[in-house]
Write a protein of this length. Structure first.
Length: 460
């Protein structure tokens, strides 16, 4: 029997989910609070981009959209670190041919909505969910024209983001666990325009980082030659947004900490004054499924800080794994949703932890010589023993078969081993010497191959 599915939230995850369910023959309605971003009247501001990696692309391939997105993406092969004196250091993300992709958030959302429409999804815009009915997998919406919309179906998904209304209703039900924590840093988006000829003012195919220990700025390229910059800085304290209230203070701060970027940012003061300071939250909750019929997905289930560039990728992976669960369990949605939660909740918790840890790596460790030295040794060992060591970044970013929780576990074990290797005197003296290489080999030969628990549903 055809199932009727309602999805609250037509952001990145909701629109991919709608497309994938419609392709499986379900009747799908996607209801979004904002107006249609594809309409002429929708606000067209400056590009905001995000990093898409293998997990996201694999989920998009299920909808036949991965090549469309690759076509509008800019590959980023590594990090370019800019120190305070203006020197640059490059660190590749993986091996030759491995890269992440800078994609326009707006274009991605529009592409996904159009794909959903093509698959027959009913799209409803300007309708904000105000109430959720667990018994009937239903919801009520306040519409832009003043009317009220009520929907019911077989299953309701909350894909309505970090401040989910669907989750909000769950929060006031018995035995629902919920935590929300803000980090002390906020962020503000800034801008490097293209040069006069439409070219890039700094290296195009990298993710730029200006690490300053307790804070940082990053830059991702856009197809129009510009870069979207994001400043991550404490909200309060001696060096913080709170201290940057006048143009003079902003200019002095940038002159001191980002002198090489200042000449590239002609609209710095205007952007700083105009663009909001936004906070960064981690949300964890359980269960994700109520009454076997109402489920959370994407940021609604697991909002994380953006430092691993995985929030959207994780939400897209939720969609892929959910489709696998549906394929395995057929019409038995209760089992499919239970299996989805069993597989994805640990993954969501793990990427939340990894994302928090990666902030320290990006803003501080990437500027540290020992860290860069370790990365080089790790890369060499991985090349020689790919079944025994996989760098954590590679597992998270360039694999879609290793669940995040497995990447976290394996990464912790590898940390211990790498510390052992890096304390070998010959490695400290010169890790490329024959003696050091022999000692590294001695450690690696005794190490078993990595065993990875599957992130896919059990076949029945
Ligand atoms: C600064 C920053 C940088 C990031 N960079 C990356 C990155 O590089 N890579 C990456 O993978 N991830 C990144 N992320 C995370 C990524 O943006 C999110 O994980 C992703 O947008 C989640 O998608 P979603 O559809 O679950 O939620 P959202 O994108 O938040 O979509 C939710 C949708 O629900 C709608 N909605 C909300 N409430 C209601 C309601 N009551 N009724 C109806 N509709 C409603 C909203 O309007 C919205 O359209 C970043 C996040 C931030 C903050």
């Amino acid at each position: 029997m055809t199932k009727t599915i309602n999805i609250v939230g037509g952001g990145l995850v909701g629109s991919l989910l709608a497309t994938l369910l419609a392709r499986r023959g379900m009747r799908v309605r996607l209801i979004e609070r904002r107006p249609d971003p594809r309409s002429a009247s929708a606000y067209a501001g400056r590009s905001i981009n995000l990093a898409m990696s293998d997990r996201g692309l694999r989920a998009l391939s299920l909808a036949g959209l991965d090549d469309d997105i690759r076509a509008i993406a800019i590959p980023m092969h590594g990090r370019m670190m800019h120190d305070q004196q203006g020197s640059q250091t490059y660190q590749p993300y993986g091996t030759e041919g491995q890269f992440i992709n800078s994609v326009s958030r707006g274009e991605l959302n529009k592409t996904l909505l159009s794909a959903a429409e093509r698959e027959g999804v009913e799209l409803v815009f300007s309708a904000a969910c105000t109430h959720v009915d667990f018994d009937n997998a239903g919801a009520t919406f306040a519409c832009g024209d003043g009317s009220t919309l009520k929907v019911e179906g077989d299953v309701l998904f909350g894909a309505d983001g970090a401040f989910s209304q669907v989750r909000g209703r769950m929060q006031i039900s018995d035995r629902f666990n919920y935590s929300q924590s803000y980090i002390e840093h906020s962020y503000k988006e800034l801008h490097i325009p293209a040069d006069q000829t439409g070219g890039f003012r700094i290296e195009r195919n990298v993710l730029h980082i200006w690490p300053r220990h307790s804070f940082m700025m990053i830059g991702l390229p856009n197809p129009d030659g510009s870069f979207t910059l994001t400043l991550f800085l404490a909200h309060k304290g001696p060096v913080s947004f709170e201290q940057l209230t006048t143009s003079e203070q902003v200019q002095a701060f940038f002159d001191e900490y980002f002198p090489s970027a200042v000449p590239l940012m002609p609209s710095l003061l205007e952007d700083f004054a105009t663009n909001p300071e936004s906070s960064l939250v981690t949300v964890r909750c359980s269960p994700w499924v109520v009454n076997d019929r109402v489920a959370l997905i994407g940021d609604a289930a697991h909002a994380i800080v953006p430092f691993y560039g995985q929030g959207m990728n994780c939400g897209f992976e939720d969609c892929r794994v959910l489709m696998e669960c549906i394929d395995v369990h057929g019409d038995d949605w209760a089992s499919a949703l239970r299996e989805y939660e069993r597989l994805r909740k640990p993954a969501g918790d793990a990427i939340a932890d990894l994302a928090l840890e990666n902030f320290v790596e990006m803003r501080d460790k990437v500027a540290d010589a020992r860290f860069l030295w370790r990365k080089k040794i790790e890369a060499r060992i991985h090349a020689e023993y790919p079944s025994k060591l996989i760098p954590l970044y590679t597992m998270v970013t360039f694999s879609s078969d290793i669940p995040y929780n497995e990447a976290l576990r394996i990464g912790r074990e590898q940390d211990v081993m790498m510390e052992q290797i890096m304390s070998i005197p010959s490695v400290i003296a010169d890790w490329t010497s024959a003696e050091a290489q022999a000692e590294i080999r001695a450690v690696m030969e005794t190490r078993p191959d990595i065993v990875i628990a599957s992130g896919s549903p059990r076949q029945r």
